[in-house]
Every structure is written in C-alpha cells, then in structure tokens.
Design a protein around this ligand. Structure first.
Ligand SMILES: Cc1cc2nc3c(=O)[nH]c(=O)nc-3n(C[C@H](O)[C@H](O)[C@H](O)COP(=O)(O)OP(=O)(O)OC[C@H]3O[C@@H](n4cnc5c(N)ncnc54)[C@H](O)[C@@H]3O)c2cc1C
Length: 402
C-alpha cells in the first residue's frame, strides 16, 4: 500500500477494514482461500453481494442515484486491495460489471427501472452470450438468429463457453437480426429470460474437472422487442461499449499479490527451494510494476481518459503473470498436487463424476490440494475476454497513434 495516501484515504481504509472484519464471515474467507477459479461460485458470491449491497458498497463505480458510492479512483483502488487481502469472494462480473454499465449507458428508462434493482438484489443472475462455436475472436461472424414477429423476436441458434450459464436466470446475447454489407451491421443486443421455453443449458466440464462453462441452445425462443438494448441492428456499438468494461474493469495485482504472499510463506518452510524462491522473486518484481500500472490506469480514467489499448496491455500482463504464478505454485505443491481432491478446495462449479471420500478427508496440505485445479483453470486466462493474441493485435494497431 502506498505511503502517500492522504489522511482521508487512510481513514477510508480503516472504515473498509472495520467493515470487512465485521461482515466477512470465516466461512466466506475460507471459501475464497480455497478457490480454484477466478470468480467465486454463485452461492458464495451472492452471499457476499448481499452484505456489500446492505452497506451500499456493491457497485462503487455506478452513478450514485443507481447505487454507486461516488468514490475517488484511489478509494476504489484501496477497497479492491483491502478486499483481496481479507479474502473477500470475487464477484462474477457479467451482471454488475458488464450488463449493468451497458444498461446505464444504453438502456431505456424502463429497462433501468426493471433490471438494475433486480441485479443489485441478486434476484437476477446474469451470464454473457457472445461466443458461438464458429465465432470467438471473429465475434462479428456470429449467427444466432432473431427474426421479428410483431412485438417479439424468435431466436434460434446457440452460445458457447457461457460462464455460470447453469446458475443464471438472465442472459444478454448478441443476435443476428439482419444480413447487411458488413458483418458488424445487423447485430442486436438482446436480454433473454433463460426460463423461456426453448432455452437448453448443457454443461461443459473443463480440464480442471469443474463445470463452470456451458453450451446454451435456443430453439424458437420468443423474446419481447422491448428487451433490445440500443438500436435494432446497431448492437455492435453496445457490444464494444461492454467489452471496454470486460477488459478494463478489474485489477489483477491485488489477487496475485495475496497468492504470492501465500506461496512465499509455503516456500519459506521448504528445503532445497532456492530455484522456486528465485522464480517467486521475479514474479514479485513484475507484480510491483503491474500494481503501479493499474493505479496509473485508474488515475487516467478518473481524469476523463478512455481505457483504450491500456486495457489490453493490463489484460495480457495480468493473465500471464497469474499463469506464471500457477506454474511455481504447482511445483511448490509437490506430489500431493497430483491427487484430485475437489472436496478440499472450493471449485468454481460442480465437479461431475467426483465422489468425495466418506470421511471427507484429503491428503497433503490445503495449499497442495488446490494447486493443480488452479493451474488448469488459469490456462483459460489468456483465452477468455478476448485472447491475448487479439489483445496484442489491438496494442500493435494503436502503437502508431500514441
Ligand atoms: C474459461 C472461459 C470462459 C468463457 N466465458 C465466456 C462467456 O461467459 N461468454 C462468452 O460469450 N464467451 C466466453 N468465453 C469464450 C471466449 O471469449 C472465446 O473463447 C475467445 O474469444 C476465443 O474464441 P475461440 O475460443 O472461438 O477461439 P478462436 O477465435 O477460434 O481462436 C483460436 C486461436 O487463434 C488465435 N487467433 C484468432 N484470430 C486471431 C487473429 N486475428 N490474430 C492472431 N491470433 C488469432 C486465437 O488467439 C487463439 O489462440 C469463455 C472462454 C473460456 C475459455
């Protein structure tokens, strides 16, 4: 933490620490320490969301009239670091961090009045329907179809890799409403109630054994035209607006710093760990740089600057630093990491096919028990939210304009 905070910032930090001491229950902290994924499983996240909402600290960056805190960027930075240090569950961002800002920026007054309070209360849990089997990096090639019949669209097609799709009751989708000259034209941003007949959710189990992602099919699903956000056929503008929040919306350094501290404590007790300590020290140096860049980025935003390609720079640095850390964590965990024991961890979702031992016991330390699942889960960091190759393309394409 910086030594140059003002007295008001230090007072704010005391207030945050007092809140965390009072509201972050031992169960929530323990679940967070055992997490293998990037977002807490929905049940844990919703419990923490309820407590943040009761304090008025759930959506600091939203406008005050919709539940925001009016905090400075420094206060947001302090809050994020304190939450990570105290093992507060990271909330999944699809509703509060993506769809919410989109509705605030592009939604109708009716959409804001209906969806925002339900999002804050947790009554609606959202997932993101952008990717399709043939449309990931080349998102504009998407084919899920929505044909207008009076006051409704009839939707047919699929979405894939949908994080928390099995827990969500609402999905925001990009759908094709017209074939026009450019693929970016004729796309519409649509809010779909997942309980509508014709929506089917199938699990995708990842290499870490967790069910977090899903394949969602839409078979003649009827959606009111009133659920369009922005202009019909003009959804690409809304989609791009959302992606700025997806890539620039969270800080990587705080969570990585906490994991590095745990790794260091583990390495301190190990014999013959000089090589691992050297690798950990190199990561420590890079985290300091990452942390400084993130603070600088937040200051740039608070001065009215746009995220621009810096969001891509931070996404690449953050995810690759995290992956490097998982490699050291895995080696440090040793042989015990080879045992698959999800009951010792807090997986990001159910682990189909796994039968926990009747006595609930595992082998090795908690540290080792989650290392392999965390390692495998983290491989996805350089793929989701736009692959790191695509982020590098963005950085390269803006170099000449800096
Ligand atoms: C864990 C996880 C969670 C996800 N959650 C969601 C979600 O909730 N909702 C959602 O909509 N999507 C989600 N995704 C999907 C994600 O956004 C896509 O996987 C991603 O955009 C890449 O698309 P793709 O998988 O089709 O790969 P492709 O686009 O087919 O890419 C394959 C490879 O080619 C490279 N490549 C492609 N084009 C270029 C290029 N122009 N230049 C250089 N290299 C290129 C890519 O970098 C990659 O290495 C998730 C993915 C993962 C892994």
């Amino acid at each position: 933490m910086r030594s140059s905070w003002s007295d008001a910032d230090l007072e704010f930090r005391r207030e945050v620490r007092a809140f965390l001491a009072a509201e972050l229950t031992p169960d929530l902290r323990e679940a967070t320490r055992r997490m293998t994924s990037v977002y807490a499983p929905p049940a844990i996240a919703l419990e923490w969301q309820r407590r943040l909402q009761a304090r008025g600290w759930l959506v600091p960056n939203w406008p005050i009239e919709h539940g925001g805190c009016g905090w400075s960027q420094v206060q947001s930075y302090i809050f994020t670091h304190e939450c990570a240090a105290a093992d507060a569950p990271p909330l999944s961002p699809m509703g509060l961090g993506m769809c919410g800002p989109v509705l605030l920026g592009h939604g109708t007054p009716e959409q804001k009045a209906h969806y925002l309070p339900r999002m804050l209360s947790g009554e609606d849990f959202w997932c993101q329907g952008y990717s399709e089997t043939e449309s990931g990096s080349d998102l504009a090639s998407l084919r899920m179809k929505a044909v207008r019949h009076g006051d409704e669209f009839v939707c047919d097609g699929h979405k894939i890799w949908t994080t928390h799709g099995h827990a969500a009751n609402m999905i925001f989708c990009l759908v094709r409403t017209a074939q026009l000259a450019r693929p970016q034209q004729g796309i519409t941003f649509l809010l779909i109630d997942m309980t509508t007949p014709g929506v089917t959710v199938q699990p995708i189990v990842s290499i870490s054994g967790e069910h977090i992602q899903n394949l969602i099919t839409f078979d003649a699903v009827r959606v009111p035209v009133a659920n369009v956000v922005g202009a019909i056929d003009g959804g690409w503008t809304v989609a791009k607006y959302l992606m700025e929040f997806e890539r620039g919306g969270s800080l990587y350094a705080p969570g990585i710093q906490v994991r590095l501290r745990r790794l260091s404590a583990h390495l301190a007790d190990m014999e013959d760990a000089a090589d691992l300590r050297r690798l950990a020290a190199a990561i420590a140096v890079d985290i300091e740089v990452m942390d400084a860049l993130e603070l600088q980025f937040m200051m740039q935003l608070s001065a009215g600057g746009a995220p621009g390609s810096m969001a891509s720079v931070l996404k690449v640095l953050g995810t690759e630093l995290s992956q490097r850390l998982t490699e050291v964590e895995l080696v440090a965990a040793g042989l015990h990491a080879a045992a698959w024991q999800p009951h010792m961890a807090c997986p990001g979702g159910p682990t189909p096919g796994f039968q926990a031992p009747a006595d609930g016991k595992g082998c090795g330390t908690l540290y080792a028990a989650k290392a392999a699942a965390k390692y495998f889960n983290d491989r996805a960091g350089s793929i989701y939210a736009g692959t790191n190759e695509i982020q590098r393309n963005i950085v390269w394409s803006t170099m000449g304009r800096r």
